[in-house]
Design a protein around this ligand. Structure first.
Ligand code: DGY
Length: 445
C-alpha cells in the first residue's frame, strides 16, 4: 500500500448501505444454523470461516452468532478433531465431498482434517461483547469440546511433545496453495485416479490452485482414508508433515484465550493445562525466528527443513502473543524481533498498492491473482491489525483496517483481492468478507 488506501468511488455505498449489504449476504448464505462461505464455490460450513462469521452475526443477531459455533461443533469427532468442513446437507457443486473423504457414514459427514483454530479466541470475543445475561450457559456448554480440540492439536498432532503441532494437508493451514508449501508438496505423489474439480467451474482457473497441486491434494485425501485415519500411522508415514508458523501462533493465542474462559468459569485445572501447552508452544515458536531474515519460518518436520518463503504468516506473531507488549511510557530499546517485524510489515505495505499481499511480490512464487500466492485476504488483515493494536502499534493497525475497508467498499464482498490493483477475486458474496466489514464498521473502522 505505497499510496493512501483506495478512495471510495462515487458509486461506493455509504456505511449504512454497506452494513445492510453485509447483513443481507450473511442472511442469503444462511442455511439455518450455519452460513456457507459462498453459495456455489463452498456450499457447506467451513471451520475458521464459521468462527469469524459468528463475530459478523453478533453485530446484529447474537443468538444466530452462537448457533454458528454450536453447528460447527456438531461435526466434532470423538478424538477431538473439529473438521475443516461440516457437510450438514448434500450439495453437488463441491469436490471433494464426504465420500471422497471416507466420512460419509458420519452424522453429520465431515472432512478428516482440521483448520486454523481461531474458534476459542472468537468465543472469548463473543462473550466479551455479549448482551445475553445467560451467555455463560452457552460458553460452558462449548468448553469441553473446545478443550478436547486443543488437546487433539497438542497430543494427536504433536505426539513427541515438541511444542509444535503439525499439519498433513495444506488445506489445514488455511493458506492452501501458499508458495511456503511448494517444497513439502513436491514430496507428495500425484493422484493417478481420475477426479473432477468443481472449483474451476465456479471461479476462473487463474484464481485457483494449479492442477499439479490438486493432484497432490487429492492424493492426501485418499491417503488418510486408506489408513482409516489412524493418527500414529499418518504421523509416521504421511509424505507431507509441516509445523505451520501461522497455525501454531493462532493456536498459542487460542490456548491462552481458552484458558481465560476456563478460569472465568471456574475450570482451573483445564486452564492450567492450557497454559502449560501455551508455554511449551511459545518456547518452540521462538526457535522458528530466523535472525538473518528478520521473520519467522515454518518447519517441514518430515525433512527437517525451515520453510522461509516470504508470506504474511510472520505478521501474525503479534496476534499470537509472541512479542512483548510495551509498557506505557516505555521508550527503551525495542525488542529486536518487534522492530524487524515492524519493518517487515512496512515492506509488505509498500510492496503493493493494497496490502497485505499473502505472498511478498519479491518471492519467486508470487502470483497476484491466484488464491494464496499473492492476493489480500480481509480476515488475515483483520487478525494482523488486532495483534498490532494490542501491542501499541495503533497507527499501523488503523492504516491496515482502513485499507481493508477501502478494498471492500471498492471491490465488494469477494473472497480475496489483488494486492496490486484491488481487483475483486475468488468467490462472490463471501460470508467472512461481509463479517470482517461488519466487525470493522461496528468498532468504528
Ligand atoms: C478448497 O479450496 O476447497 C478448500 O477446502 C478450502 O480450504
Amino acid at each position: 500500500m505505497n499510496q493512501t488506501s483506495p478512495t471510495p468511488t462515487a458509486s461506493a455505498p455509504d456505511d449504512a448501505a454497506l452494513i445492510e449489504r453485509c447483513r443481507q449476504t450473511l442472511r442469503a448464505n444462511d442455511r439455518g444454523g450455519y452460513a456457507v462461505p459462498s453459495s456455489r464455490l463452498y456450499p457447506f460450513q467451513w471451520n475458521w470461516d464459521a468462527a469469524i462469521n459468528a463475530l459478523g452475526w453478533q453485530t446484529f443477531d447474537e443468538a444466530r452468532a452462537w448457533q454458528e459455533v454450536e453447528w460447527l461443533m456438531k461435526g466434532q469427532w470423538a478424538d477431538g478433531l473439529v473438521p475443516s468442513i461440516v457437510f450438514h446437507r448434500p450439495a453437488e457443486s463441491y469436490f471433494p465431498g464426504p465420500q471422497e473423504w471416507g466420512c460419509d457414514h458420519l452424522t453429520p459427514p465431515t472432512t478428516s482434517i482440521s483448520q486454523p483454530p481461531v474458534l476459542a479466541s472468537m468465543v472469548r470475543r463473543l462473550r466479551e461483547r455479549s448482551r445475553d445475561p445467560q451467555v455463560d450457559t452457552r460458553v460452558r456448554a462449548l468448553l469441553p469440546g473446545l478443550l478436547n480440540w486443543h488437546r487433539w492439536w497438542h497430543e494427536e498432532r504433536d505426539p513427541e511433545g515438541t511444542g509444535l503441532s503439525v499439519i498433513y494437508h495444506p488445506w489445514e493451514t488455511g493458506s492452501d496453495n501458499s508458495p511456503a508449501w511448494d517444497a513439502p508438496l513436491a514430496q507428495v505423489p500425484a493422484a493417478t485416479r481420475p477426479y473432477q474439480r468443481r472449483d474451476t467451474g465456479v471461479v476462473d482457473g487463474s484464481m485457483r490452485p494449479h492442477k499439479a497441486e490438486y493432484d497432490r491434494f487429492v492424493y492426501l485425501v485418499d491417503f488418510f482414508r486408506e489408513r482409516a485415519f489412524d493418527a500414529r500411522r499418518i504421523y509416521d508415514e504421511c509424505p507431507l508433515r509441516v509445523a505451520d508458523f501461522a497455525l501454531n501462533t493462532i493456536l498459542l493465542r487460542a490456548d491462552r484465550d481458552l484458558a481465560h474462559l476456563c478460569t472465568e468459569l471456574g475450570l482451573h485445572g483445564a486452564a492450567r493445562q492450557l497454559l502449560d501447552w501455551a508455554d511449551r508452544s511459545a518456547a518452540a515458536l521462538a526457535t522458528l525466528w530466523v535472525p538473518a531474515l528478520g521473520r519467522y519460518a515454518s518447519l517441514d518436520t518430515r525433512r527437517g527443513r525451515l520453510l522461509t518463503q516470504r508470506t504474511h504468516a510472520s505478521l501474525l506473531a503479534w496476534y499470537g502473543g509472541l512479542l512483548p507488549v510495551p509498557a506505557p511510557g516505555d521508550d527503551g530499546p525495542a525488542d529486536p524481533r518487534s522492530a524487524a517485524l515492524l519493518a517487515e510489515f512496512e515492506a509488505f505495505m509498500q510492496a503493493t498498492r493494497h496490502g497485505l499481499a499473502s505472498t511478498h511480490p519479491n518471492e519467486s512464487g508470487y502470483d497476484p491473482r491466484r488464491y494464496w500466492r499473492g492476493p489480500v485476504w480481509p480476515h488475515i488483515n483483520w487478525l494482523v491489525a488486532e495483534g498490532l493494536a494490542e501491542h501499541g502499534h495503533a497507527e499501523q493497525a488503523a492504516r491496515l483496517r482502513a485499507g481493508t475497508l477501502g478494498l471492500i467498499r471498492q471491490g465488494g464482498l469477494h473472497e480475496y483481492f489483488s494486492a496490486d490493483t484491488g481487483e475483486p477475486l475468488g468467490g462472490p458474496d463471501f460470508s467472512w468478507t461481509a463479517s470482517i466489514a461488519l466487525i470493522l464498521l461496528d468498532s468504528g473502522g
